[in-house]
Design a protein around this ligand. Structure first.
Ligand code: 8YV
Length: 323
């Protein structure tokens, strides 16, 4: 039976599913590139399912031509598609499997930041009973940065569910009934926004996108939420904006370094009282993890069965080549 090597974190997120796949033997393996590559050679494997780790070299030598790197998820900035294509290795992801989970988490982070829920809960647990005056979201303004599937899901909840005015920033026109206005200019989109939520992919144009200049365009006292990727935020600039009161709060699920370590010595976000930090959990629901696992295996199955056109390919160039 063909083997699929699944990085351990992802294996645990859908253990029962992976144990029940009828036509593949799914095995948990280390996620680091050296450990994963060793496991591939040791098991003589062709197929791997991976999380968000960055793979830059050894993995593409370890897998054979016709092999598959299947993302357990959607973002694929950790995979070098060009290197994979050069080696005849297919790369896939699982679009549509986590939009609701991530959107709900973004809303939860907004609500926590606006109402100080985690801080208050921790204070009560520590025997303190104080006043925590927050901000209502309804009637206030949300700016969605990136009008893709997740951004539009967040807009629907914020608009129809919470009664927020919802603005969108994107470099391309976005057609969504839940955006009150769409802007191609970032400053125009955030100038009046009480909450700014990031939903950008990692691209050369979005790395460090939220920098000191763009933070200065935001409304003083605004809340910043990030469930996209840590790479789109200049964390040192964000630290300064939080420390000097430009932003009232940041609610972050993703970081430049994961697990979190400060990028700049002396600018550790964990030392600030107005930062909520979670461990890249936005897509981690039972429903989304099962959907990501099933979709990743189905992508591998399509390719194994000689039907790569039916997989969610990230490097479609291989469809034109005999791999
Ligand atoms: C991870 C994500 O893939 O899909 C993405 O882009 O960041 C997440 O869904 C997942 O947490 C890996 O276990």
């Amino acid at each position: 039976m063909d083997k699929i090597l699944v990085t351990a974190t992802e294996y645990e997120k859908a253990r029962d599913f992976f144990n029940g796949v009828p036509d593949f033997q799914c095995l948990p393996v280390p996620a680091d590139e050296a450990g994963l590559s060793h496991a591939i050679r040791n098991e003589n494997a062709k197929y791997v399912i991976v999380g968000v780790e960055k793979y830059s070299s050894e993995l593409y030598d370890a897998l054979p031509r016709g092999g598959v790197i299947a993302r357990f998820g959607v973002g694929h900035d950790g995979i070098d598609k060009a290197k994979a294509s050069a080696k005849g290795i297919f790369c896939t992801n699982t679009p549509g499997t986590l939009d609701d989970a991530v959107a709900e988490c973004a809303i939860a982070l907004m609500l926590d930041a606006a109402r100080h829920i985690a801080n208050c809960a921790n204070a009560v647990r520590n025997g303190q009973w104080g006043t925590w005056k927050g901000m209502q979201l309804g009637g206030n303004t949300l700016a969605i940065i990136g009008g893709g599937h997740i951004g539009r899901k967040v807009a629907k909840i914020a608009s129809a569910g919470l009664g927020m005015k919802v603005l969108c920033y994107d470099v391309v026109p976005v057609d969504c009934p839940f955006f009150d206005e769409c802007y191609a200019d970032f400053a125009d989109a955030v100038r009046q926004a009480d909450v700014v939520s990031l939903h950008l992919p990692v691209l050369p144009t979005t790395i460090g996108f939220i920098n000191q200049e763009r933070l200065s365009c935001m409304k003083t006292g605004a809340i910043l939420v990030n469930t996209a990727r840590g790479a789109v935020v200049d964390e040192a600039a964000l630290y300064d904006a939080l420390a000097n009161g430009k932003l009232s709060c940041a609610a972050l699920d993703v970081f430049q370094n994961e697990p979190y370590t400060p990028v700049t010595p002396g600018k550790d976000l964990r030392t600030l009282p107005n930062v909520l930090m979670t461990a890249h959990i936005a897509s981690s629901t039972q429903e989304a993890c099962l959907a990501m696992a099933a979709s990743a295996v189905e992508n591998i199955r399509s390719i194994r069965n000689g039907e790569p056109q039916n997989a969610s390919l990230l490097n479609k160039v291989l469809l034109k080549q005999r791999v």
